[in-house]
Ligand binder design. Structure first.
Ligand SMILES: Cc1cc2nc3c(=O)[nH]c(=O)nc-3n(C[C@H](O)[C@H](O)[C@H](O)COP(=O)(O)OP(=O)(O)OC[C@H]3O[C@@H](n4cnc5c(N)ncnc54)[C@H](O)[C@@H]3O)c2cc1C
Length: 326
């Protein structure tokens, strides 16, 4: 276990915001989490790819080392792949494909770590973590003990899980995914429909190309990916909006309601490509706020609030951040 005092977090968040932490502790797979400092508050930090620091953190940042620790166990036609929570998620996706284990390929190139993938219930191109997570090994920082959670215990929802409602309490140490030996491409996302004969490697490449066509690469422009969640509204609200704005994209219907395109709302409100202070709205994707030139977290927050207010005024729809504001 490594400990650092008064450390800059600039290299530890993809927005590239210059905040600092009073202390950072980094755990490796063999370290005993029981020896973590006991005094709260704690902030568990993965790759910092969905975080916006608006202030310095006066507590202990807990990180898992990004080493690769992964194992495979056969279970009939399926395989159980267990990975260390600090491992980079995209490395795990690549590794599983190399081993002939399928199910994670649509999550290609999502920044961040394995541990955060369950906390956030990450999703892309028709697949969410909840579809493939079998169980999670967690250290409860509050109670000081290890626990195992099943998929159902995680209470997954759209970009949400039980863990998100207990910030600083659970440290996800390992995630077990249930994958398949046989590759069956998931082409449910419209842009992938034209790839019925793609191999897993070709599908992975196609998804990476699609992603980087509309998202800023973290090494070039800081961002947290989609800044807002797609708002879910009830049918009368959706029908009213469709009548008022016939060109609005069709909502995705789920048990939770009608999921609108937040990107379309922000774009239609006139924000795409605009900057406010040193923060901006990505010119190729209005859902992404980015670091236009050494911005602060407060500038990102001010821009986000201005967008929220404007979308609320114009469409009577409230946007909620997907990114975690510290
Ligand atoms: C360019 C770009 C594209 C993106 N595209 C997508 C996308 O397509 N789909 C999508 O869902 N997301 C996307 N994201 C968001 C981001 O990649 C995910 O939310 C990712 O899971 C965050 O991982 P992280 O390790 O960086 O977590 P962090 O940002 O460090 O943390 C996120 C949350 O998880 C918690 N956390 C992190 N690690 C652990 C752990 N081991 N134990 C307990 N809690 C933990 C943190 O406390 C925090 O609450 C994108 C981000 C960027 C920058």
């Amino acid at each position: 276990m490594k400990t650092y005092e008064h450390i800059s977090l600039k290299a530890y968040n993809t927005f590239g915001i210059d905040a600092s932490a009073r202390r950072m502790v980094v755990l490796e797979p063999g370290d005993e989490p029981a020896s973590l400092p006991r005094e709260a508050p704690w902030l568990v930090l993965g790759g910092g790819s969905n975080m916006v620091f608006t202030r310095d953190y006066d507590g202990t940042v807990v990180r898992l080392d990004t080493v690769r620790e992964v194992s495979v166990r056969a279970d009939g036609a399926e395989v159980l792949v267990t990975a260390w929570g600090g491992m980079v998620m995209d490395e795990l996706v690549e590794w599983t494909l190399e081993q002939g284990c399928y199910g994670l390929e649509n999550l290609t190139a999502i920044p961040g770590t394995v541990g955060a993938s369950v906390v956030q219930n990450v999703g892309a191109y028709g697949v969410e973590a909840k579809d493939v997570v079998e169980g999670v090994e967690v250290y409860d920082l509050q109670e000081g003990r290890r626990c195992l959670f099943s998929n159902a215990d995680c209470r997954f929802a759209y970009r949400d899980s039980m863990f998100k409602h207990h910030p600083g309490r659970f440290l996800v140490l390992r995630v077990c995914y249930r994958l398949r030996r046989e590759f069956v491409a998931n082409l449910s996302y419209k842009a992938l429909e034209g790839l019925p004969h793609a191999t897993a490697a070709e599908l992975r490449q196609a998804i990476a190309d699609l992603r980087w066509g509309k998202l800023p690469r973290p090494e070039e422009h800081g961002s947290a990916g989609s800044f807002f969640k797609n708002p879910v509204v009830e049918e009368p609200v959706y029908q009213h909006l469709r009548t008022m704005h016939p060109d609005m994209p069709e909502a995705h219907r789920s048990e939770e309601g009608y999921k609108l395109s937040a990107g379309w709302l922000i774009d239609r409100a006139g924000w795409k490509g605009r900057t406010m202070g040193a923060a901006g709205v990505w010119p190729r994707n209005a859902l992404v706020l980015y670091n236009a030139s050494a911005c602060t977290g407060s500038e990102v927050l001010a821009l986000a609030r201005a967008i929220q207010q404007d979308v609320d005024d114009k469409f009577n729809v409230r946007l909620e951040p997907e990114a975690i504001i510290i």
